[in-house]
Structure formats: C-alpha cells, structure tokens
Design a protein around this ligand. Structure first.
Ligand code: SF4
Length: 703
C-alpha cells in the first residue's frame, strides 16, 4: 500500500526529468514519470525508470565515518565528532604551515545547488583559496567559455520547448539518443509529426543519433572548427546570412568573414574527411531554416580546442541571426543533473558566484562584502586536472573529494593514482563503497543520497527544481551541506549557522539580486507550490524566463553578440604517428551513468552493454589482424587496456572508441578507458582532451 508520494527530479543527466516517487508502508520507493512535468511529460529513460532500485538497495552504502591515523593502518569506524575534528585539525595545520593554496576541494555536477554554494563560500570566502573545482570541468567548461565570449555571460539562451518550434537541428559532438534520451524522444516525436524537420549530425561515429539524421557528416576527430567555418563560408556565398542581425546586433563580423574565406571548400573537405557536397547540403539546409537549433555536448567540449570549437559553432547562430527568437539558438547539453546549478554559484576554480568574474576586482569586492570577509583571493584556483598534478608534485597537500569518482573519470589514471598516494591527507565524502576513490581516503564521510536530503538543481535549460527529502539516509550518513557547515564551524568560520537548506537557498537567491541570473524572488515555498522555474525570475510574480535575448541585447559591453575567431584552425591534439597510429575517442553507453556506482547496481541495466568493448573499423581490424570478439590490447603513451573487439563500420577508419564507465571495483584496472587518455587540456577552458588520444591496437597474446 502506498503511504505517500512526492514530486522530484531525476538524479542522472542534465535533461532534468520530473519523477513521482511513491513510498510504501515499508519505506520502499517506486518511481514513475511525472506527466505534468514540462520536460518529460511522463516519459523516463532506462536509467530514470530504474532509479528506485538504486534508492532501495543500500548494500553498498557508506554507513559511518571511517578514519585511518596512518597509511600503514586500515581505516576504522569513528564518530562524526572525531572525524570532523580531525579534518579541521589537519586542514588548519596544513594551511598554517603552507598557506590556503595548499588545500583543495573537488566537487561534482551531481551536488545540489546549496551544497555547491556552501562548498564555494567555505573555500573562496573563508579558507581564502580558489582551489575548488568540479567534475563538470570534464564536461562543459568549454561551453561556459564559448557562451561568455559570444554573449558576454554563461547563458543558455533557449528551452526544450523551442525544439517543437524549430525545423533544423545541428547535433554535433553529442549522442542524445543514448545520453539525453528523453530530450531525443522529444526531437524524434517532433520529426515524426513534421516531415519538413531536418536533422544534421556531426560525429565520427554512426551513433543511434546519426542513424536518425537526414545528413550525417562523419568528420575526422578534431576538425570541427574547419567544418563549421566551411558551412559559414557556404552560407555567405549563397547569400543565406542575416545581414540585418549581423549589422545591428553583432561585433567582429569582418574578421570572421576574412577567416572563413582563408580555407576553400575543397581544402575543408579534405581536412575534415567530409565531402564538399555534404558540407554544402548542410549549409543549404541551415540557410533556409526558419528555426535553427544547434545542440552539442562532450564531443565538442572535451578537446584541446574545445573553446575554439564552441565559438565557431556559436558563430553559425550569429551569421544566420538565429538567436533570441522562438525555435532557434545554440543549446549546449549538460551531462550532469546540476552542472548548470554549479555554474550559477561559481562552482569552478576560475568563477565567482552569480556569474561574477574572479578576474574583476569590483566583482571580488562585491562577493567579499556579501559574505562579510575581507577579500577574495585574486589568484585563479587549480582546475580539475591541475589539482591532481599539484597533488603529484606535492604543491597541494590535502584534497577533499565530494560526490565524484576521479579514480575512474579523470584522464591518465595511473598518474591520478600516484597523485592520490602522494597526497598528505585525502577526505572522500560519498555515498558508496563502490567508488574507486574511497580506497585512497584517509577519512571517509558518509553522505546522504537522492531522496535522502532536500535541495535544488538546475537542468540544461536553466530550469530550477526543488528536490524533497523523502526517506532517511542509511546508517549515520548526513546531507553534504550539514557536513560542510559542521566542518566550517570547526575551522572557526562564522556564516555557516544555517538551520535548513532553505536558508542556504535564500542566501544564494539574495546574492543574485540585480544580476542576469536573478532568482531573488524565488524560494522553497514557491518551488514546492508552483513547480519549476527557469532563471532569471527577477520580479515577485514573475513566471521565469524560457528564452533569453529576445530584445537582442546581449551581456557584452557593447550589447552586441560577438563573432570570436578560433585561436587556430589547426587541431592541436597530439597527432597519431607510426607507434600510435589510431585515434581513441571515449564516451558513454545508453544504460550506464558515469562510473557506474549507481547504475552498476541494477542488473537489468547491464544487459544492453554488459562489458566494455573496443569499436574498430573493419579496415583497421584487418590491418592489425583483429577479429570480432578477439581480446585486444590497446596501448597509449600513458597505459594499457585489454578488452574484446567489436569490429564495426559504425566507426570511422583510423578511429577507435571505448566507453568510459568501467573502473577497478567493477571489473579490473585493465578495463579503464582512462588508463589511456592523455592529460592535455584546452588552454582556456582547461577541459581535458578525452576525444583524441593516439593509441596502437593489437590482438592480445596470452602468456
Ligand atoms: Fe533521467 Fe536523463 Fe533519463 Fe531523464 S533522460 S530520465 S533526466 S537520465
């Protein structure tokens, strides 16, 4: 018998589907899609519809704090008081001896906005370092830079509702059919009902999304900038540009025009490995569109030229004037459920809360004044990969890792393991013993999970949802905000005496007043009673803002959107050579989420893609004497992986693909794709180059 039911939001991807959670008399929960939710209208994908298995199964959960006094001793159970006293005492002593920049926090796009806000306030406002970064650095930091450069601020201009108003989609570096399934379902339905809708997919792989496309541009990895510029060139030559929009609402067009004419269509075709005819066809489709939406995710962002790819793609929306109107605009898809919320509260090493800029002295002063501290440190903090480099070199002494599993998700894992071993003090705050990162912790803090705490999240379309607490956390697990606030108080910091998450949200909301992300008229009561809101919500009875820039006023100094030139049209990745002749690209599979600490618990989610396999083109398989099902050894300059081969024409010749989910705990360390990936990052966004590592492949010879 059902005891009660509540509305909440899915804890997996950035689509942000609404879920109804029902609880029975034994406190077991069941989930179903929320038919009234504007995002999913009752639909859930395979991951979302199995969330109750994850919530009901606590067999893997961390139940109480564990601590070890030295690395030669095993961790043992301790009280919360002992755990947090030790954490405070070690952090104080390291900061006293080596300064605030000797400690760091690594958090997550799965954290709630209140958790993100408090962790940032603690680090940037009170400890006095900007060494707080997030695993969202690995998925969307290039998009953040792209938006800032083009629109003056990190602002996704449109909504899912614009999908049903558009007629042309350019999906690039994304496989929403697998990774944002409900969003893709909306797209599929829209096309089924409107045969004039055209889909262009840019991807080196023939994914399920590409199979649905009218035009698939199967480009060579790393050549996106050349492709988008070639499309722009075709648009210009055919007169399919919006001269009025360009003249009245943009800056920098002449330089952009000069750039796109530097490369001929023939040259672009050769560089990208895409025919001239197909590039022209894509341009013609975009050029005659009444509503053009570009969508992208990690395929663009995870690159040493991620910023260049982003600005070049955004330029296509500007040249066609497809911004600020119904059914058009550039739409980056966030991977994690609250990557956007993290951006709002400044949850990255180079950002400040409420879209303020760390490099701006006035902004630093405003944030310091709001928090009642003397100043904000002007030095940018260590980003995700820099933090682990600094642990390896000894510059960073202590790290606090919350709600993320870098021992599977960061590039070059052998190096990450060394960095963790070299750290003086590691705190891991998480829900599951299945995280590979827990093994390296000196102090383990059990955190409450989905349904066990309340807070808010923001999805890809700026939609803020309230998530209620519905069940008690197992053992002694506590909400992350409580853990951070308790630690802050033990550090001797004021400003962390909150009685509830609602009070934390109110403080954050007050900070947004007068900014472009103003939610100062929003609070838990409104979210509970009226449902979700898209920021900004700048007035008392305001219903939220589905679409930005309708007045064609952008957040730049001139008020115009800006055409940005890529720093180079070259692919700056380390190119294949004789020893490592193939390009490895990594990604996700349909039914798994991140490092599988949650989806790995659900047996029915393992049937679709039970083990990691290497996708390799038949020509490459023939060349390297590999047959379908053979165990292959994949080698890069960083490490080795051994998995079975899947010989398939779905991948471009010269490119191989590995899924990134599998870690040591779940299989063996030879299944980890990130053994191989390189440590290069985009120079501006600092996002790693997960889509381009040179490797060699051979049939594994059993010894
Ligand atoms: Fe959850 Fe994303 Fe699936 Fe929606 S599409 S149910 S948010 S995983």
């Amino acid at each position: 018998m059902i005891k009660n039911e509540v509305k909440t939001t899915c804890s997996y991807c950035g689509v942000g589907c609404g879920i109804i959670v029902k609880k029975d008399a034994n406190n077991k929960v069941f989930v179903e899609g929320d038919k009234d939710h504007p995002v999913n209208k009752g639909m859930l994908c395979s991951k979302g519809m199995n969330l109750h298995y994850v919530a009901n199964d606590v067999s893997d959960r961390i139940l109480y704090p564990e601590m070890r006094w030295s690395r030669s001793h095993p961790r043992e159970r301790v009280s919360w008081d002992d755990a947090l006293d030790r954490a405070a005492s070690v952090f104080k002593s390291i900061i006293k001896k080596h300064g605030p920049d000797s400690v760091g926090f690594y958090v997550s796009g799965q954290s709630l906005t209140e958790e993100y806000y408090i962790a940032n306030k603690l680090t940037k406002g009170f400890i006095g370092t900007n060494n707080i970064d997030t695993n969202s650095r690995l998925c969307m930091s290039s998009a953040v830079v792209g938006y800032k450069k083009t629109f003056g601020e990190d602002s996704v201009p449109i909504s899912y509702a614009d999908i049903e108003l558009a007629d042309t989609f350019l999906i690039t570096g994304a496989n929403p059919a697998w990774c944002h399934p409900i969003l893709f379902r909306r797209l599929e339905k829209h096309k089924e009902e409107n045969p004039n809708v055209k889909i262009i997919v840019v991807d080196p792989r023939k994914t399920d999304t590409a199979n649905f496309a009218d035009i698939h541009l199967q480009l060579l990895p790393g050549t996106d900038v050349v492709l988008y510029n070639a499309i722009a060139r075709c648009l210009y030559k055919r007169g399919l540009i919006d001269e009025d929009f360009i003249k009245n609402h943009t800056d920098g067009f002449q330089e952009y025009k000069d750039l796109i004419f530097k490369t001929s269509l023939k040259q672009a075709s050769k560089i990208c490995g895409v025919s001239e005819k197909d590039i022209q066809k894509a341009a013609d489709t975009i050029g005659v569109s009444k509503g053009f939406i570009s969508m992208w995710a990690m395929g663009l962002n995870q690159s040493v030229v991620g910023t260049d790819k982003n600005v070049s793609l955004l330029n296509l929306s500007l040249i066609t004037g497809q911004v600020g109107k119904p059914g058009c605009g550039p739409f980056s898809l966030t991977g994690q459920p609250n990557a956007m919320g993290g951006r709002e509260v400044g949850g990255m090493a180079n950002l400040l809360a409420v879209h303020k800029d760390l490099m701006n002295e006035e902004h630093r002063r405003e944030v310091a004044q709001f928090w009642g501290v003397d100043k904000i440190n002007p030095k940018p903090g260590l980003t995700a990969t820099e933090m682990f480099d600094a642990l390896e070199s000894g510059k960073l002494k202590a790290v606090w890792i919350a709600c993320t599993n870098p021992l599977v998700s960061l590039p070059n894992l052998n190096r990450i393991e060394k960095a963790m071993e070299n750290a003086k003090f590691v705190v891991v705050q998480d829900i599951s013993h299945k995280s590979d990162t827990v093994a390296f912790a000196d102090l383990v803090l059990p955190a409450a999970g989905w349904l066990e705490k309340e807070g808010t999240m923001t999805n890809s379309e700026r939609r803020i949802s309230y998530l209620p607490k519905e069940i008690d956390a197992p053992g002694e697990a506590r909400p992350d905000v409580e853990i951070f606030c308790d630690f802050a108080k033990r550090m001797g910091f004021r400003g962390f005496n909150f009685n509830s998450s609602s009070e934390i949200y109110d403080e954050y909301a007050a900070m947004t007043k007068g900014t472009n992300i103003d939610v100062s008229y929003l609070n838990y009561d409104r979210l509970k009673n009226e449902g979700t809101f898209q920021w900004p919500v700048p007035e008392h009875r305001h219903e939220g803002t589905p679409r930005l820039f309708q007045n064609k006023k952008f957040y730049t100094a001139s008020g115009n959107a800006k055409f940005n030139l890529p720093s180079s049209i070259e692919n700056n990745s380390v190119l294949p050579n004789e020893d490592f002749p193939l390009i490895l690209t990594t990604g996700r599979v349909r039914d798994q989420w991140h490092t599988m600490t949650k989806t790995g618990k659900v047996s029915r989610l393992k049937t679709h893609y039970p083990t990691p396999v290497l996708e390799i083109h038949p020509v490459d398989a023939y060349l390297y004497k590999i047959k379908n099902g053979d165990i292959t050894e994949i080698t890069s300059e960083n490490g080795v992986v051994r998995v079975r081969a899947s010989v398939t024409e779905n991948i471009k010749k010269g490119v191989v693909f590995l899924p990134m989910h599998w870690g040591k705990q779940l299989q063996s360390n030879l299944n980890r794709a990130n053994n191989l990936t390189n440590t290069h990052v985009d120079p501006v966004s600092k996002e790693p180059d997960f889509k381009f590592t040179r490797v060699s492949v051979s049939k594994h010879k059993k010894k």
